[in-house]
Design a binder for this molecule. Structure first.
Ligand code: HMG
Ligand code: MG
Length: 305
């Protein structure tokens, strides 16, 4: 039976801030994490251990983690919130281990050009890099989440075949990731595509291990989430205000806004554990920090009281 609750994985601090021109210092990022967790967020991707030459916005992730853990330790922040970081390779994982984080995420693409532009290697090479990453993570009892990018289309190659996505999903699942997030990196997916792909994915990866990661470039993300939810998917990646995008996906806008998704789900009677009013208070605060308004619809006008 379908669950009437959904888990939101907050992307604002990573997928969001990685594409903002204004680089936020560690203290502001910690404050952002605190506000999100105080609003009920249980899973936060707090940054990434990638090359600072490639993504300067994510420099200082170790500091952000250390300060957030310190707040949790002294009881100023809920210990229930799970923090994770994105890592592209073994070097990134070693930094993650040093930081004391208990969860990381690895990522591969479904199109060669995007793989090359994003992590400077082929898809095959990226999977070869994952083997030692998975082994080291296991040794240190670190949970690993997986992402597949460009599952519905690539900014450089156009259409991506479903068969290729399904094959790569199966391969990443076999590596031992505990959850696999299916990325619409450039926000090109429509409901028809989502239904078709997730039906096929469910045959190779259990629905409870699949997540949806929709960017909202073409305004289809809410409909896509609903389509995936109807197929039994109950984990979705969202970003407060719809912050961000991907620095290596030209034209792509941010993840679907957390407030918009929560508004829709609560309206359907689906629990998220998030407090919409508190999320709405974060929107103007972070917009001021990054010096521009955010695209979230609900974030702009709030809700009827
Ligand atoms: P490279 O230049 O090929 O790396 O980059 P390299 O192995 O040749 O090393 C070059 C230098 O980088 C060396 O330093 C390494 O030590 C250093 P040097 O000897 O020159 O002083 N280096 C590192 N430094 C810090 N952290 C590391 C690291 N690894 C090597 N982990 C690399 C390859 C993968 C490092 C680079 O391409 C990279 O960092 N890419 C990350 C790009 C990125 O973060 N993209 C956005 C995230 S993905 C995304 O947004 C999609 C997603 O949201 C899902 C969706 O929407 O589809 C997840
Ligand atoms: Mg993304």
């Amino acid at each position: 039976m379908k669950k009437s609750s959904v888990v939101i994985v907050e992307m604002g601090l990573r997928d969001g801030l990685q594409n903002e021109k204004t680089v936020l210092d560690a203290d502001t990022r910690v404050e952002f994490a605190k506000r999100l967790i105080d609003a009920g967020t249980k899973r936060v991707e707090i940054g990434s251990f990638v090359s600072p030459t490639w993504v300067p916005q994510m420099a200082g992730t170790a500091d952000v983690l250390a300060k957030t853990f310190a707040l949790q330790k002294v009881g100023k922040l809920s210990k229930k919130a799970e923090l994770s970081v994105l890592v592209p390779n073994e070097r990134g994982l070693q930094d993650a281990i040093q930081s004391g984080v208990k969860e990381v995420a690895i990522f591969a693409a479904c199109s060669e050009s995007f793989s090359k532009k994003n992590i400077n290697c082929s898809i095959e090479e990226s999977f070869q890099r994952f083997a030692p990453v998975m082994a080291l993570a296991k040794k240190h009892k670190i949970k690993v989440r997986g992402y597949l990018s460009t599952c519905f289309g690539c900014p450089f190659e156009g259409k991506v075949s479903e068969a290729k996505v399904v094959k790569l999903a199966q391969r990443m699942h076999k590596l031992g990731v505990y959850e696999l997030s299916i990325g619409d990196t450039i926000g090109v997916a429509d409901v028809g595509q989502v239904r078709s792909l997730f039906k096929k994915l469910k045959k190779v990866v259990p629905a409870k291990k699949l997540a949806g990661h929709f960017h909202d470039t073409r305004g289809q993300a809410l409909a896509n989430i609903l389509a995936a939810y109807d197929l039994g998917i109950t984990v979705f990646d969202t970003s407060l205000g719809g912050l961000g995008g991907c620095p290596y996906a030209p034209g792509a806008t941010g993840n679907v806004a957390t407030e918009d998704v929560v508004y829709m789900l609560h309206g359907m009677g689906v629990k998220t554990g998030l407090n919409l009013d508190k999320l709405l208070e974060i929107n103007p605060w972070i917009a001021e920090k990054i010096q521009h308004p955010l695209p979230s619809k609900v974030g702009k006008v709030g809700r009827l009281k």
